[in-house]
Ligand binder design. Structure first.
Ligand code: SAH
Ligand code: SF4
Length: 383
């Protein structure tokens, strides 16, 4: 019999497991703290845990990390790990240090079935969902490895923020995601506040609705277009859940969200979604829906198969300016870890596509329009 991996159990599940072994629930909390707060994997080292429980755990349970396939460190401090998840699949996790915070970008799937045009993961196809244990193993490893490597004082966390923005669509792996989120928030686990854990989604409407009730952490919605026609082209899931439905789910989410706005991500694609007219269309769209939001403009990170290029800097600035002049908050995401292909949308890992790849190949090539009306000449930037 395979030993169960305790990294997959949130505190309730661990309590049920311990009760099944004839142990009291509070023992589960002790065990949970050893695993997640101290990073212990060896039951014999868990000194204040009843010996009877330790003995029972041996052979039937383990704390099984993922195998690290490789590690790359960027000149800007970003670190990317490739984890082997078996059967030819590997996923990537990225640590992004900033002043006073450490953000971990976690993968939820090996590949992704949504197949966005501009995303390297999407181009690889889909192999499988990660388990809760595999999602948590990324955080468990990064937290405890970095504490040692950075020589952090006792009690100081390496990871202060988690973003589910690695490979995969987290809301298409809902059952495994929610227990993982609970462990991130658990005071006996990683103790992160709900606003420091962000689920990024391409818009799986029914699951946004469920997350609102089950575990309302911060969400970021990948919008990328001001209308359904273009969005359906870029993010195929839009055909199933068009913008009006997506916005309705976002509005409802705001009731319980830890922040009073939704973050919309918008990947800037040269000649595709970046004109001043499209920025104005976006302003109208969010005004009509009365949605409180902020825009995060992401310069497109190119990869060879996409056939797309990033909008020139001045067009990104002009786009942001239209939004800002309409009273919206729009920031431009700083690209991190570019030299190690760790930037947004560049995570590719290793994925054995187990879907019908020919379906993706039959898509029409994307329409790229080069707006002659162009953008207002870029404003002189203050030095
Ligand atoms: N599946 C989720 C989360 C993973 S993608 C989602 O789509 O939201 C994380 C973010 O990276 C998303 O906003 C996505 O649109 C963006 N992204 C994907 N490919 C990109 C690329 N090549 N350049 C810049 N951003 C990209
Ligand atoms: Fe999947 Fe997100 Fe990439 Fe789209 S952008 S293919 S949803 S990982």
């Amino acid at each position: 019999m395979n030993a169960v991996n305790l990294l997959g159990y949130d505190r309730d599940a661990l309590a049920a497991f311990c009760e099944g072994l004839g142990e009291k629930r509070f023992r589960a909390t002790q065990l949970f703290r050893w695993i997640h707060q101290k990073g212990a994997a060896d039951f014999t080292a868990m000194s204040d845990l009843a010996k009877s429980l330790r003995d029972k755990l041996h052979g039937i349970a383990e704390v099984r990390p993922l195998a690290v396939g490789s590690e790359q460190a960027s000149s800007d401090g970003t670190i990317k790990w490739l984890f082997d998840v078996g059967a030819g699949d590997a996923v990537e996790t990225v640590f992004i240090p900033e002043d006073g915070r450490g953000t971990l970008c976690i993968s939820s799937q090996a590949g992704c079935a949504v197949g966005c045009r501009f995303c390297s993961t999407g181009h690889q196809g889909f192999s499988r969902n990660l388990s809760t244990a595999e999602i948590m193993a990324q955080l468990w490893f990064a937290e405890h490895h970095l504490r040692q490597r950075l020589n952090l004082p006792e009690g100081q966390r390496a990871i202060t923020n988690v973003v589910m923005m690695g490979m995969g669509e987290p809301l298409q792996n809902y059952a495994a995601l929610v227990p993982a989120l609970r462990m991130m928030l658990d005071d006996h686990g990683y103790g992160l506040s709900r606003r420091r854990v962000t689920v990024s989604t391409s818009g799986v409407v029914p699951m946004i609705e469920r997350l609102r009730d089950d575990c309302p952490v911060a969400i970021a919605v990948s919008l990328h277009a001001p209308n359904d026609a273009l969005r359906s082209d870029l993010v195929p899931l839009n055909r199933k859940y068009p913008i009006a439905e997506l916005f309705a789910a976002c509005l409802a989410y705001l009731d319980k969200a830890p922040r009073d706005f939704i973050t919309f991500e918008y990947c800037m694609l040269d000649g595709v979604n970046d004109s001043a007219a499209q920025a104005r269309e976006l302003v109208t769209l969010v005004a009509e829906q009365g949605i409180s939001c902020k825009f995060n403009l992401i310069p497109f990170n190119p990869f060879p198969q996409s056939g797309l290029t990033c909008s020139p800097r001045e067009r990104v600035l002009a786009f942001a300016q239209v939004l800002q002049e309409a009273g919206l908050v729009a920031t431009i995401r700083k690209t991190r870890g570019e030299d190690i292909d760790a930037a947004c949308g560049q995570l590719a890992g290793e994925v054995q596509d187990r879907t019908n790849a020919s379906v993706r190949m039959t898509r029409a090539p994307i329409r790229i329009h080069r707006p002659e009306h162009a953008i207002a000449p870029p404003r002189a930037r203050t030095p």
